[in-house]
Design a protein around this ligand. Structure first.
Ligand SMILES: [Zn+2]
Length: 137
């Protein structure tokens, strides 16, 4: 993993769109079925929209029908941090970027993979890099 990234609130606001800022820095949730990457099936990498860290890979993405990009596992165990979240009257596990501590989404125990996990991630928290572009560097 790359070095930690710590920016001031003003720097984050400058770097991110208002929607990205709301999701990543205010732990917001985009409306289901509105994210650009929800139905994306192309091969490639999903990177943190805030800091560029590799978070998920297309091989681990599946259609959960939830309306948000869903993955069975992160690209590496160190890429995504888990935190207990008791907001909104629920006990959930929050998924955060390990590098910049931005909010990504939540982790639910109803995934189809061997780990049984579903990483339910806001499209606004991700930048998709198609495989062809990633190969070039
Ligand atoms: Zn990040």
């Amino acid at each position: 993993m790359s070095d930690k990234l710590n920016l001031t609130d003003a720097e984050w606001r400058e770097r991110l769109t208002p929607e990205q800022y709301h999701v990543l820095r205010e732990a917001g949730t985009e409306r289901a079925f509105t994210g650009a990457l929800d139905t994306n099936k192309a091969a490639g990498e999903y990177r943190c929209a805030a800091c560029g860290e590799l978070l998920f890979e297309s091989d681990d993405k599946y259609n959960s029908g939830s309306g948000w990009p869903s993955f069975v596992a992160p690209a590496s165990g160190a890429a995504v941090e888990e935190e207990r979240d008791v907001s909104a009257g629920m006990i959930r596990t929050e998924a955060k970027c390990a590098r910049c501590e931005s909010h990504l989404g939540h982790i639910f125990p109803d995934g189809p993979g061997p780990e049984g996990l579903r990483y339910c991630i806001n499209s606004a928290a991700l930048n998709f890099v198609p495989e062809d572009a990633a190969d070039e560097g």
